[in-house]
Design a protein around this ligand. Structure first.
Ligand SMILES: Nc1ncnc2c1ncn2[C@@H]1O[C@H](COP(=O)(O)OP(=O)(O)OP(=O)(O)O)[C@@H](O)[C@H]1O
Length: 601
């Protein structure tokens, strides 16, 4: 770990247990990951602290959230059944990757910070048996929450607005909650609400007074209306500022731009010199020459060649693209990374290597410019932390360019099949990838179903690792219809539903890759067929990657994941489960895995 993070962690432990056994580690002369501090688990790739589990250790000190959240990769914090005092401070919002917070059975107090609602990855929130007071912040936007246990505190206000169809554990009993019990979709019984005398509803056999609901909604509707008014005025103001800025920018750029087009026209072609040995294409300013013999930059556009004024680069909402101009892309040194059936991918270094982008050039995509633009803008709205967004795009009749941030940590294919510099890709990390990818895909499917935009080309080379080594699905929605047929031979190209079901199949194949460590296709070998035949012969355990067996990964959970994968690759698309179901099943498995690690620790 980073020295600074280490220092914060030691500070966190100093406050929890000033006098502690030396054998725990937790000091500046050792490393939390390499020297295995008590209760600490690390990410095998990043060597960064992922889990801190310090249950039942008689800790009597103060909880220092600010320090522990300096470990930015922290996903699990568990201090159950100690005697820790203090509060959950606002800095909890810095624990961006936190998925599991277990603080039940302590003497924590104070209100719950508003920043809790920023923890978009949170799955389990368990703080029962403490002395928390006040209202619970609005957690309705944390879509992945599956456990919410806050019983035996002094929380008040209305029951928080959660997605009850997603929750597996829920308990608000023995608090001071009041008002009507929401529709829990038949998933929870009266036990979850007992000991809150001010609650009303059928479940607790305490009918709500007829005035209660309208009163509550009256009160509610009054508050948001002022709030909404402020929000809307904010939007209008923001809109005006943006329009003004754009107008100013356009005004200031107009003249030089016209000049540039004339310049390009005069010079004829935009040229680039290509170094044949390294695939490197450099299209620097000096290479803009009129020599007809030289090759055109791979991603320079035909409209320039034919002298037609080019349409400009459309910048999307990512800050990376701010100020990016099409000319910048044309002039920057570029390296060809891959050339597929439908397009090529370039690594482009801008501003002396300050920014590195990946530019996908797609040819022959029979989509109208309008549809393409609409699609790109729609994709820009559907954002998920595990989906790589496009930062800009360019569209002409002949070709489309899509610009992404370059991810330097490689892709899932390389991690599984390439040389890993001796680093193991362990079962926990594989399950993590499966859970994150399936969740992200489920989110995108839900957001984009109405628009009929599936991924269309999901495979392990399209799962990239970002700087935190979190998996990110790339090239979502660049579906060239042929590709659906490629990943799933029986699909009917024009049917949107089948497009989504094809993603499902592709996800199943990725799960098989994670489980077997084998290539999807290899000189006549077909992974899906092979796994199905081995399972038919009842030699199921034979399919698993030897590295996983050696590591002692749970056979039961590997078998469960295999069952999920087999459901996804069902030859009948309509019998495949939805990605939402798949994500839920994988997350339950991951939770079991996390639980087992916590109980082992
Ligand atoms: N934004 C990115 N940052 C870094 N590497 C990327 C990025 N996007 C793609 N890559 C990598 O570049 C290589 C080439 O990508 P490309 O998309 O051309 O090929 P592919 O994924 O194998 O095939 P397809 O054309 O079917 O998508 C792949 O190894 C891919 O993982």
């Amino acid at each position: 770990e980073d020295e600074e993070v280490k220092q914060s962690l030691v500070g966190f432990m100093d406050k929890l247990a000033a006098a502690r056994d030396k054998s725990w580690g937790w000091n500046m002369t050792s490393d939390p990951c390499k020297d295995k501090w008590l209760g600490v688990s690390c990410d095998s790739q990043l060597q960064a602290v992922r889990k801190i589990v310090l249950d039942e250790l008689n800790l009597t000190g103060v909880l220092d959230i600010a320090s522990v959240c300096k470990a930015s990769s922290l996903s699990v914090l568990s201090l159950e059944n100690n005697n820790v005092v203090g509060i959950i401070s606002e800095e909890i919002g810095n624990c961006k990757r936190l998925t599991h917070l277990y603080l039940s059975g302590n003497q924590l107090s104070g209100g719950l910070p508003d920043s809790l609602k920023q923890l978009s990855n949170l799955k389990r929130f368990e703080i029962s048996n403490n002395s928390f007071t006040g209202e619970v912040p609005d957690l309705s936007r944390i879509s992945g929450l599956i456990s919410f246990l806050v019983q035996d505190n002094q929380l008040s206000g209305q029951i928080p607005n959660l997605d009850f169809s997603n929750l597996i554990d829920f308990n608000v009993s023995n608090n001071n909650f009041s008002g009507p019990i929401p529709d829990v979709k038949g998933r929870f019984t009266a036990d979850s609400f007992s000991g809150d005398p001010l609650l009303c509803g059928e479940l607790v056999s305490n009918p709500c007074p007829p005035s209660a609901a309208p009163e509550a909604s009256k009160k509610k509707s009054k508050k948001p209306s002022t709030k909404q008014f402020l929000i809307y005025s904010g939007y209008v103001l923001l809109g005006l500022i943006v329009v003004l800025l754009v107008a100013l920018k356009l005004g200031s750029r107009k003249k030089p731009k016209e000049k540039k087009v004339v310049e390009v026209k005069k010079k004829g072609k935009v040229e680039a010199s290509t170094s044949s040995s390294s695939n490197k294409t450099s299209a620097t300013a000096t290479s803009v020459t009129s020599k007809a013999t030289e090759q055109k930059s791979e991603y320079s556009i035909s409209s320039v060649e034919s002298g037609v004024v080019m349409s400009s680069l459309v910048l999307l909402s990512s800050p990376t693209a701010q100020g990016l101009r099409f000319e910048d892309l044309l002039r920057a040194p570029a390296e060809l990374l891959g050339k597929g059936k439908h397009g090529s991918l370039y690594k482009v270094m801008l501003y002396n290597g300050e920014t590195t982008l990946a530019v996908k050039r797609i040819r022959d995509w029979s989509i109208s410019s309008e549809d393409f633009k609409r699609r790109m803008k729609r994709l820009d709205q559907a954002r998920h932390p595990n989906v790589l967004p496009s930062v800009a795009f360019y569209c002409s009749k002949q070709e489309k360019l899509l610009v992404y941030e370059y991810q330097s940590n490689g892709n899932l294919f390389k991690l599984l099949h390439g040389s890993q510099n001796g680093q193991a890709f362990d079962w926990g990390s594989r399950l993590n990838v499966a859970a994150s990818v399936s969740e992200a895909l489920a989110y995108m499917h839900e957001e984009l179903y109405e628009d009929g935009i599936a991924h269309g080309n999901l495979k392990s080379t399209n799962i990239l690792f970002n700087k935190d080594m979190d998996p990110c699905i790339s090239e979502y929605g660049l579906m060239v219809l042929d590709n659906i047929g490629q990943s799933q031979p029986n699909s009917y190209k024009n049917n949107i539903d089948l497009g989504f079901k094809a993603d499902n199949y592709s996800l199943g194949v990725i799960l098989l890759e994670l489980l077997t460590g084998k290539l999807v296709h290899n000189s006549g070998f077909d992974l899906a067929q092979w796994v199905q035949s081995v399972v038919r012969e009842e030699w199921t355990v034979e399919v698993f990657d030897k590295a996983l067996i050696m590591e002692g990964a749970s056979e039961e959970r590997m078998l469960n994941l295999l069952q999920i994968a087999l459901k996804c690759i069902n030859p009948n698309p309509y019998e495949r489960p939805s990605i939402n179901q798949v994500a839920l099943m994988i997350n339950t498995l991951k939770d079991e895995e996390d639980r087992s690690i916590i109980s082992e620790a």
